[in-house]
Ligand binder design. Structure first.
Ligand code: NAD
Ligand code: TDX
Length: 332
């Protein structure tokens, strides 16, 4: 049986990927996750023991990582500190996990000759003007803005260097903004949905003109699996589903789908250094690997996501209070 190490498998996108593998493959998945505030073992409930081994640990711990890597056929590396706002208040864990953690995994992959797929973000390319006809491609120069995106850019550079200098069998994917079940309530879409569910109001940074390119998490998973199994070693693939929307429209759509007035939200101060627009051109992935997103209707995906938060309050309620207290202290 193919054994796959998934780092960060108790986080949002990692857990969606583990559920995807359960439905579409017969792999045995080994999840390595530190269970930071962002990791939730409840996201992996329902996965049978014969398909999943869960190990709580830090990817920076080389003594733990090396034997684990020697016991698997491949690695998909999701573990990261992932929230821009947190990186502005304390960059330190971002350096630890995103940079040193990736280095430790690459060294283990080099020593054991293990295939590794590295999960990255479109934010490494910086941002685009609202009226720029261009979108990010694999050839766009790196230009990260935040402590988060600069540590993700650093990790991508390490992967490229280990592939070239040590022939590590690596691929990289840079994906746009994900939404769907199991996303932490600190992030934009679940924050607004759960604010409404607890009787509060959505919070829009600045004027809400910033554009994000939304993809349903399950489509990200199918793309990663396609790259893992058929991608060319040493290559980078951009993943996106042509889902550009400005934040104000997204808040208004959430309010409409939840039966509230379209203007029932608050404006809060803007994020420092706030990237204006991200947009992905995923032609390479689509042409080379035949990948297509399944959830190309944002309103349908958003309705499914709202339903999920409505029916899974026990999954998110414990972290809601602490998250809003943190936002309250930063004025957001
Ligand atoms: P998340 O914050 O929901 O989950 C991160 C997971 O990593 C958590 O389970 C956490 O416990 C674990 N983790 C953190 N530090 C660790 C460490 N030192 N050792 C082991 N585990 C550790 O993040 P996410 O949104 O699911 O993002 C996953 C990956 O996808 C990240 O690499 C992120 O950069 C990338 N990405 C995210 C998005 C998005 O829209 N969320 C878009 C593109 C790329
Ligand atoms: O309450 C909010 N109000 C608001 O207007 C929050 C939390 C966010 N925003 C805005 C900021 C962004 O323009 O919404 C947009 C999305 O914000 P986030 O969910 O924090 O995502 P973003 O900063 O775009 O980064 C996300 O996509 C790329 C992920 O968190 C990253 O991990 C990924 O790399």
């Amino acid at each position: 049986m193919f054994r796959l190490l998934v780092t960060g498998g108790a986080g949002f996108i990692g857990s969606n990927f583990v559920h995807y593998l359960l439905r579409h493959t017969d792999y045995h998945v080994v999840v390595l996750d530190k269970l930071t505030y962002a990791g939730n073992p409840a996201s992996l409930l329902g996965i049978p023991e014969n398909r999943l081994t869960f190990i709580q640990g830090d990817i920076v711990d080389a003594e733990l990582v090396r034997p684990l890597v020697s016991s698997v056929d491949a690695i998909v590396h999701y573990a990261a500190e992932s929230h821009n706002d947190n990186s502005l208040s304390n960059p330190n864990p971002f350096l630890h996990t995103n940079v040193i953690g990736t280095y430790v995994l690459l060294e283990a992959a080099r020593i054991h000759g293990t295939r590794i797929h590295h999960i990255s973000t479109d934010e490494v390319y910086g941002d685009l003007e609202l009226d720029d006809p261009a979108r990010f491609t694999e050839a766009t120069p790196y230009n990260p803005s935040s402590p988060y995106s600069s540590t993700k850019a650093s990790s991508d550079m390490l992967v490229r260097a280990w592939a070239r200098s040590f022939n590590v069998a690596a691929t990289i994917s840079n994906c746009s903004n994900n939404y769907g079940p199991y996303q932490h309530v600190e992030k934009f879409i679940p924050r607004q949905i759960t604010n409404i569910l607890v009787g509060g109001r959505p919070k829009l940074y600045g004027r809400g003109q910033n554009v994000r390119d939304w993809i349903y998490a399950d489509d990200h998973s199918s793309a990663v699996h396609a790259i893992l199994t058929a991608g060319r070693i040493g290559e980078t693939y951009l993943i996106g589903a042509d889902g550009e929307r400005d934040n104000k429209s997204v808040v208004e759509l959430i309010l409409k789908l939840m039966g509230r007035d379209a203007d029932a939200y608050d404006h809060v101060p803007d994020r420092a250094g706030h990237d204006l627009r991200y947009a992905i051109d995923s032609t390479k992935l689509r042409h080379e690997l035949g990948w297509r997103p399944k959830y190309d209707d944002f309103e349908r995906g958003l309705s499914k996501t709202i339903d999920w938060y409505r029916t899974n309050e026990s999954w998110w309620s414990a972290s809601k209070f602490a998250t809003e207290a943190r936002y309250g202290r930063s004025g957001h």
